[in-house]
Design a protein around this ligand. Structure first.
Ligand code: SF4
Length: 360
């Protein structure tokens, strides 16, 4: 199997204060559900996403009134804003003028050369990148006629076509996505894209489904790519609250050691030796860890049989015992705690470890 190192070898592209590409970092993105022209709703949604750890947010821009809302939204949020436009160059110009940190538009769909030039020149003047979004479901007719149906080669050909339009205008701040809802096709398309060009790749399995099914499907597809060193930014697309998309991305990046300063939870798989209400405790601790921004490993075990010794690598943890819990650090029991207060005591210890990390 070919092993890629594409992620680090990509061209660094600035998006606001962040850089996509040129390093092993994978930036987490999501997209709002509200109507973009509804500034109050859009800002509220973005602030919730920020709190969840979203690093870049994208808004849809189907109408001019959406593009006109960009300056006000920008004023009230703290993360880079990407504006998603199909075809209409006037909307693209409006969004750029309004302070978009990046636009998503396919230059080949804009139309006449002067219109493409106007958008590219505006993006250049503001120093913002353009994301080319290739989608298996909307490939150009010419490409579909050539390949018969959406293929990875056809998707790469489409990407190279859009890239060339930008490069011919001296524009290189490009990010590319190669989305498909078929996992095999998406993987192959991203692999071939990683061989074909060194622009950063925005990962995603499109229309992946609901919270449960979409999480599994996206993680299966994107996991393969992350493992191969492909992907500089990602959005997991779920038919769910966008905050859930960020939670899934965080967890996925943690699984590959790609999340800086993220706390992880190890919880036992449960069995008949269980002494505490393990599942609800694990869920509560997991929720708590969402807002801990330190590389702490926490373990929650249902019993003390194999208990702390099995979780030696955990910085802190609890193991259930009859009517009480054992609080342990690095595999050594530090004290017994009553069942009613064990989660609270664990949280206090987690906070202490996080504080120690923040002070470093
Ligand atoms: Fe079973 Fe205890 Fe292991 Fe959990 S920690 S799976 S309860 S033996």
């Amino acid at each position: 199997m070919t092993q890629f190192t594409h992620r680090k070898d990509t061209r660094p592209v600035k998006v606001g204060p962040l850089t996509i590409g040129g390093s092993d970092e994978v930036i987490m993105q999501s997209m709002t559900m509200s109507k973009t022209h509804d500034v109050e709703a859009t800002v509220a949604e973005i602030l919730r996403l920020e709190e969840a750890g979203c690093q870049i947010v994208r808004v849809a821009c189907p109408n001019m009134e959406d593009a006109e809302a960009i300056p006000e939204i920008k004023k009230r949020i703290n993360i880079p804003l990407v504006v998603d436009i199909h075809f209409d160059y006037k909307m693209a110009l409006k969004a750029i003028e309004g302070g978009a940190d990046k636009i998503r538009i396919n230059p080949g769909n804009i139309g006449r050369k002067e219109k493409v030039e106007a958008v590219v020149n505006a993006a250049k003047a503001k120093g913002i990148p353009i994301r080319i979004g290739v989608n298996a479901g909307s490939l150009e007719k010419r490409i579909l006629d050539k390949y018969g149906y959406p293929t990875a080669d056809g998707m790469v050909e489409s990407a190279l076509h859009h890239i060339k339009i930008l490069e011919d205008l001296g524009f290189y701040d490009i990010i590319v996505s190669m989305k498909a809802s078929d996992v095999h096709l998406a993987i192959e398309a991203y692999e071939k894209a990683a061989e074909a060009f060194d622009y950063p790749l925005h990962l995603g399995i499109t229309e992946s489904g609901t919270l449960f099914a979409g999480t599994v499907k996206s993680s299966a597809g994107l996991g393969v790519l992350l493992q191969k060193g492909i992907g500089n930014t990602m959005r997991i697309s779920l038919s769910a609250d966008p905050v859930e998309e960020i939670k899934v991305q965080k967890e996925l990046l943690k699984s590959f050691g790609l999340a800086a300063n993220a706390a992880t939870l190890v919880s036992c798989p449960t069995c008949g030796r269980i002494e505490i209400d393990l599942i609800s405790i694990a869920n509560e601790v997991e929720e708590y860890l969402q807002n801990i921004h330190a590389p702490i490993k926490v373990s929650v075990l249902g019993c003390a049989v194999n208990g702390p010794g099995e979780a030696k690598e955990a910085d802190i943890g609890i193991a259930g015992a009859r009517g009480e819990g054992l609080l342990f650090m690095k595999g050594k029991t530090i004290r017994k705690v009553p069942e009613e207060t064990m989660v609270e005591e664990l949280k206090i210890e987690i906070d202490k470890l996080a504080e120690a990390h923040y002070e470093k």
